[in-house]
Design a protein around this ligand. Sequence first.
Ligand code: UT7
Length: 328
Amino acid sequence: MRHSRIVGIGHYVPEQVMTNADLESMMDTSDEWIRQRTGIEERRVVTKESTSDLGYQASLRAIENAGLEPKDIDLIVFATLSPDYYFPGCGPLLQDKLGVDTIPALDIRQQCSGFVYGLAVADQFIRTGAYDHVLLVGAEVQSKGLDYTTRGRDLAVIFGDGAGAVVLGPSDEPGVQSFHLHSQGKHYDMLWMEKPGSANKPIITPEDIQEGRHFPKMEGQTVFKHATRRFGEVIQEALKANDLSFDDIDMFFFHQANLRIVEALCKHLSIPAEKTFNNLSRYGNTTAASLPLCISEAVEAGRLKRGDLICPSAFGSGFTWASAIIRW
Ligand code: UT7
């Protein structure tokens, strides 16, 4: 039977660091507030680069790590909530940057869960034999679209820019063992960017911009409550589906939304700290890039080794949430 496994991984972050002290000079916030509520100390921000630029750099590293060349990629799956343009998506832009004529490219719009959704898409295409090597990218440039004034401080201090990518290929043994995907659109406006969008006519007005409706908005406490519940559920769902216990998993990777969420979950589920890897303090929340960035750094740090069993999980805007079980 044909399965899929991750054969290469890489990440890329822009050079410029924005510290909590930098934010203090831009709005009414404090290093203490940000650290206490989120665990974030600094984040990366682009100067000029776009989301597809960051995705391109991460992709080159993942393809090289797989021992492949861009021409070996059969399909691009690009997860982002901050595309270069409203349309076309970042998938075709990345195809062009990689110089790989004329392979298919698609975009995933599942925000923080985008990487796990993309993993499921890639796995299906490989298992059916449609494609051999799928490049899955999670990349975000949040900093160009945030409100760095006191009005937008709740979100501006959380988000950061970055990218991570994996290459999936065919395998006799299961690498991606299962995935578990969910959505609940009734909470769409708990974490969203209202405008521009086709729900409005015109899609955006000068007044909208004046009122900041083109900036993301979040009901933080509601999202926090749903996140802690859904993370727990979807991890347990993954374990149950594979007849596994918490002890069987070598590493749990959480979408890096808030260190307090991760800590609360680990306490509730009795997951020891050595079975997790967090880089939120250095990057903030990079939404679709967060999981591949985290897993890639864990590999570099020697915390994740071939043969380990891992459980990545995510929750975010939509709401969407997801988990997977992967033999690394
Ligand atoms: O990635 C997708 C998933 N996202 C998440 O899971 C995020 C979930 N939510 C959270 O992580 C938290 O809700 C936040 C970290 C965003 C906020 O923490 P909180 O403890 O829920 O704070 P809050 O929104 O209840 O605000 C508490 C106070 C408010 O002031 P008052 O009304 O008590 O006077 C806010 O105005 O903190 C104020 N505040 C800030 N103060 C300083 C909000 N943002 C800031 C800020 N600096 N950046």
